[in-house]
Design a protein around this ligand. Structure first.
Ligand code: UFG
Length: 327
């Protein structure tokens, strides 16, 4: 069985990717330092504990497993934190990725799939963002991901590293079988926090800003189901293995929903009210991030079939009530 090195395979998106890779006939080898990931989430292949900045450990893992590709999910991803402690983001996301990319090239592993983000586009009001849109991040998280895109492009030109870059919009939902799910500590994302508030695990959901230039004053995001997202990664891997070359793809649905619209949809799924309070804007938040998603659909043959708010909230709600990990 061909092996794929999955950095961050113990995390939310990485663990779902491991399940999808296994289903597609690959053996996912998780490489994770467990700072934000959970060993319990590593269920679909071997686990190698290690840090992105540990070049000797990376070399050992490449030599042992001889992966045909890398899927690089491991990253710090909190927009707010990236504004207060940017050094963490530059060190972990940029220096860590550079270390990994060099190790992959030196090991002769020349297919690389990278998790980037719509946060690299920044705040471009009322524009649908496609892959050719300017990248003008307004937070350190987005800047760190854009820097890694630059590194990959340079390594592509100089070393022949083939790479697919996926720019994610807002990832939500969970494995419908409940084997893995979203579990961050601390949690910062809208849907799990909303479900916590419904269950009384938090007093209320704070709406971060009600004075944005949007129809109801709250931020608009394009939500994509994690299972659809990881399916695109398997298609991206096959794209690279077929020798189709380096490419950037947005992963979103092309439809935006405001924070209040997400809350409204949750009522129909859970039959419960969301306790809410209006709060201030959160530093680093863009007004609206909506994907022009045609390229992934047309070129990869990707269909985000599960990415309705109903399905994402339903799958998240099921996991939220039954699933969690422990250190
Ligand atoms: N929000 C609230 N209250 C909360 C949490 C979130 O109102 O308690 C709002 C945010 O302000 C934002 C929306 O809900 O408007 C979504 O927020 P998330 O924190 O769930 O997601 P983000 O849009 O901030 O971040 C996500 C990913 C990042 C990615 C980013 C791009 O987590 O990795 O999208 O903006 F980079």
């Amino acid at each position: 069985m061909e092996k794929v090195l999955v950095t961050g395979g113990a995390g939310y998106i990485g663990s779902h990717a491991c399940k999808a890779l296994r289903a597609a006939g690959f053996e996912p080898v998780t490489y994770d330092n467990l700072v934000t990931g959970w060993e319990d989430a590593v269920k679909f292949g071997p686990f190698e504990k290690g840090d992105l900045l540990d070049r000797a450990r990376l070399d050992e893992v490449f030599a042992k497993h001889k992966p045909v590709a890398v899927m690089h999910f491991a990253a710090l991803s909190q927009v707010g934190e990236s504004m207060s402690i940017p050094a963490k983001y530059w060190r972990n996301n940029v220096m860590g990725s550079l270390t990994l990319i060099e190790a992959a090239v030196d090991a002769g592993c020349m297919n690389f799939v990278f998790s980037s983000t719509c946060a690299t586009y920044g705040d471009q009001d009322n524009v649908v963002l496609d892959e050719n849109s300017a990248q003008m991040p307004i937070n350190a998280y987005g800047a760190s991901k854009r820097a890694v895109e630059d590194i990959l492009n340079n390594f592509g030109e100089s070393n022949g590293l083939n790479h697919v870059i996926f720019r994610y919009f807002n990832v939500a939902g969970g494995d419908p079988d409940g084997e893995v799910g979203e579990f961050h500590q601390p949690e910062t994302h809208l849907i799990p926090l909303m479900l916590d508030a419904i269950e009384g695990k938090r007093p209320a959901l704070t709406i971060f800003g009600t004075d944005y230039d949007t129809p109801d004053g709250t931020c608009i995001r394009d939500y994509v189901h994690v299972c659809d997202l990881v399916d695109a990664h398997v298609l991206g891997l096959k794209w690279l293995q077929d020798g189709k070359g380096s490419r950037v793809f947005n992963l979103g649905t092309g439809k935006g929903f405001s924070v209040r619209e997400v809350v409204d949809h949750s009522r129909s799924v859970t039959n419960k009210e969301v306790p809410m309070v209006d709060g201030d804007r959160r530093a680093g938040d863009c007004t609206k991030l909506v994907s022009g998603s045609e390229r992934a659909e047309n070129e990869l043959g990707w269909t985000p079939a599960r990415s309705t708010l109903e399905a994402m909230i339903t799958d998240a709600w099921r996991w939220h009530q039954n699933g969690h990990y422990e250190k």
